[in-house]
Design a protein around this ligand. Structure first.
Ligand SMILES: [Zn+2]
Length: 259
């Protein structure tokens, strides 16, 4: 049985009576965007804004998201999690959004802070909405009328931080989001650690990165494997695996072509 690429990259959808979670696309090293919609208020929260986020938001042919987005929560500064930030800020400016936009990010997330501060500076005279960013330490909370968010520091390091002697983790958080009585958990990128177990445990839906097909033996672990992600998911009431490598196995494709 050949796995379709869309089974790996999405779109994925989950909902209950209070919330809709739409994941138009997620792939490691490309882009992740998670759209959370409160059914009671029709307000929107985005978890990560990878490349194509604006295109994906427009794919339903509606512009209501321009004002309906309450906040963005960025898990860390890797391009596949925030590559669409500049485009989204620019689109909201062009469309004359008027409400303040709140952006949550891990403390010291220089990539996202740089994009936001430069955007605000360049367009200071012509920006119709205000952009407030909030640096989130472990345990920090932020709430709007629709979304109650908590940051959970996870363990993720990038190629820019690899030191032969010392392991330097990058600023990276996962988030829990309460919408009414529903609790969502998003791991961001992380290796297996106590923090990510606590993050997903007991949630109604855990959205879990599952980048690696197998669990590597290396001590320098960057991501979760599918087995680890499924084990974590079993701690939640329901779960979705995302952030997978967007490649279908070559030998399987060849076999299919031969048929
Ligand atoms: Zn990453």
């Amino acid at each position: 049985m050949v796995k379709k690429l869309s089974a790996i990259t999405g779109p994925f959808q989950w909902e209950n009576e209070e919330v809709t979670v739409h994941i138009p696309y997620s792939a490691a090293g490309v882009s992740t965007i998670i759209v959370v919609i409160s059914k009671a208020t029709e307000r929107i929260m985005l978890l990560d804004v990878g490349d194509g986020a604006t295109r994906d938001l427009l794919s339903k042919g509606e512009r209501s998201f321009i004002e309906a987005i309450d906040l963005l929560a960025i898990s860390h500064g890797h391009f596949d999690h925030m590559g669409g930030l500049h485009t989204l800020l620019g689109f909201l400016r062009m469309m004359k959004r008027s409400r303040p936009l709140h952006i949550l990010l891990p403390k010291g997330c220089i990539e996202a802070i740089t994009v936001i501060t430069h955007f605000r500076k360049i367009y200071s005279e012509t920006l119709p909405y205000s952009i407030e960013f909030h640096e989130m330490l472990d345990g920090a909370v932020f709430g709007t009328a629709s979304f109650k968010v908590k940051a959970h520091q996870v363990e993720h390091f990038g190629m820019e931080n690899i030191d032969e002697e010392n392991e330097i983790l990058m600023p990276a958080v996962g988030y829990t989001v309460r919408v009414g009585k529903t609790l969502l958990a998003y791991t961001g990128d992380t290796r297996s650690c106590k923090a990510v177990e606590n993050l997903v445990c007991g949630s109604d839906l855990a959205i879990i990165e599952a980048t690696r097909r197998e669990t590597p033996r290396s001590k320098r672990r960057v991501h979760l494997s599918e087995d680890e992600a499924r084990a974590l998911g079993s701690q939640a009431k329901d779960f979705l695996l995302i952030h997978r490598i967007p490649i279908v196995r070559h030998e399987r494709i060849k076999k299919r072509l031969r048929r």
